[in-house]
Design a protein around this ligand. Structure first.
Ligand SMILES: Nc1nc2c(c(=O)[nH]1)N[C@H]1C(S)=C(S)[C@@H](COP(=O)(O)OP(=O)(O)OC[C@H]3O[C@@H](n4cnc5c(N)ncnc54)[C@H](O)[C@@H]3O)O[C@H]1N2
Ligand code: MOO
Length: 410
């Protein structure tokens, strides 16, 4: 089988970094819709959070100095001069020798610098016996401890998680500028491939796995998906369907028909969709060698090998970085990798990157990665796996006990 532009994994990733960027302009969305979207602005706080000093416990606001040396046998004696109400300003100044009752989250009065917990005091009329000393700042969150005015709380290119939305809410943001979710189109090819909901299969037919796996994975990575269905191995019908889908999406993924058999039209279709056309045809990788990467106008096109395991592994390796580029995600901390020891020797050919499916096992001596072997047409091997391990192109394999970096499937 001949491929006309075989590249290494590293070279292919470099092509992706070079060729693709967001194709659509940022939009302003309400916070409630921003989860999972990628910031298109640096967020700078115009407020302090909290904007007043607060108690973190139920107790008495005091001056720490007044409690120094206090113990069970020798309490400090303070005078209770008031009570702070939740959600209200603490407007009574606290002088030396005084205490004010304060609830958890209540505002610290001016003059106070700490809070003694109610477990450590005894109220006797308007006198307070304090049996523990507190340090200045103890049981108190100061104004700005969480966020300072002018602080950059999040940078453009960051994918918003629930805790990030919490920070935005705290600083009073009700909307943010994000990149729109990229729209991914998926088209499966093959005379043998039938819709996944077909109940009775005729001999030779297989259900469409790749639309399902790739569609779900694209959604996991922030995309909206349009399913183009299945096209038969007929060049004109394939091109017509691909053109129609290409117009509706930001990123077109074609499954199957990526190798160089006489019926494999994907390269021709990709070349016809627009300039510059095919950038990579074939990657020195196992599985997934017959991968095709192209660009038509601004839009990426990716041809996945038909074997379901290869299709999803290639999705993780190349479609995920493409989706990151389309969403403006900063190239860092984007995927999850775990160190683990490999449970057996795995040979590999130099000059080719191998991706081995693994199951993670927590043993008494740490985390182990146990290879899940099987041909790349067997999707259940991927369902049994927690992640994959790369054997780099310059290695002849990995040895039992060697520490490897496991890319964990999301
Ligand atoms: N003579 C050679 N033949 C093949 C080679 C080779 O080097 N020399 N490479 C093999 C490898 S590796 C792969 S991967 C495939 C890639 O072929 P295509 O990308 O053209 O894919 P197809 O031929 O269309 O399909 C391959 C296989 O996958 C099944 N398939 C396809 N689409 C789906 C789908 N949506 N859902 C489930 N299964 C699907 C299809 O039925 C085939 O069994 O080429 C090898 N051949
Ligand atoms: O390259 Mo194929 O994708 O090994 O199964």
């Amino acid at each position: 089988m001949k491929f006309f532009n075989v590249k290494t994994v590293t070279e292919t990733l470099a092509v992706i970094a070079e060729e693709f960027r967001p194709v659509r302009l940022p939009v302003e969305v309400p916070l409630a819709e921003a989860l999972g979207m990628v910031l298109a602005e640096d967020v700078i706080s115009g407020e302090q959070v909290p904007h007043f000093a607060r108690s973190t416990v139920d107790g008495y606001a005091v001056r720490a100095k007044d409690t120094f040396g206090a113990s069970d046998s020798l309490p400090a004696f303070l005078t209770i001069t008031g009570q702070i109400d939740m959600g209200r300003a603490a407007d009574l100044y606290l002088h030396e020798g005084q205490a004010q009752a304060i609830p958890t989250g209540g505002m610290l009065p001016d003059g106070a610098d700490s809070v003694v917990m109610m477990e450590h005091v005894e109220e006797v009329g308007d006198l307070l016996n304090v049996y523990r000393q507190v340090a200045p700042g103890e049981n108190v969150v100061r104004a700005g401890d969480d966020v300072e005015i002018g602080e950059t709380v999040m940078a453009a290119g960051h994918r918003l998680r629930p805790q990030d939305l919490g920070v935005l809410a705290a600083i009073g943001r009700t909307s943010v500028r994000v990149y729109p979710r990229p729209i991914v189109g998926i088209l499966s090819t093959g005379d043998e491939v039938v819709p996944a909901d077909k109940r009775e299969l005729a001999p030779g037919e297989v259900r469409d796995i790749n639309s399902v796996t790739v569609g779900a994975a694209a959604r996991q990575h922030g995309a909206d998906v349009i399913f183009g269905g299945i096209v038969k191995d007929d060049c004109d019908a394939f091109l017509a369907k691909a053109e129609e889908l290409y117009r509706q999406v930001d990123f077109l993924i074609l499954s199957g028909g990526s190798s160089v058999g006489t019926r494999d039209f994907t390269v021709q279709v990709m070349q016809s969709l627009g300039e510059p056309g095919v950038l990579v045809h074939g990657v020195s990788i196992k599985p997934g060698k017959p991968t095709i990467l192209a660009r038509a106008g601004e839009k990426p096109l990716l041809g996945l090998p038909g074997h379901p395991v290869s299709a999803l592994i290639i999705f993780h390796l190349f479609a995920v970085p493409i989706l990151h580029r389309l969403q403006g995600i900063r190239p860092s901390a984007s995927d999850k990798r775990l160190p683990a020891r490999i449970s057996r020797n795995i040979p590999s050919a130099v000059g080719r990157s191998d991706y081995v499916r693994v199951k993670l096992e927590e043993r008494s001596d740490g985390l182990w990665a146990v290879p899940v072997f099987g041909k790349s047409g067997l999707i259940s091997t991927l369902a049994k796996s927690d992640g994959m391990v790369e054997i780099a192109a310059n290695k002849e394999g990995i040895l039992e006990g060697e520490v490897v970096s496991v890319y964990v499937f999301p």
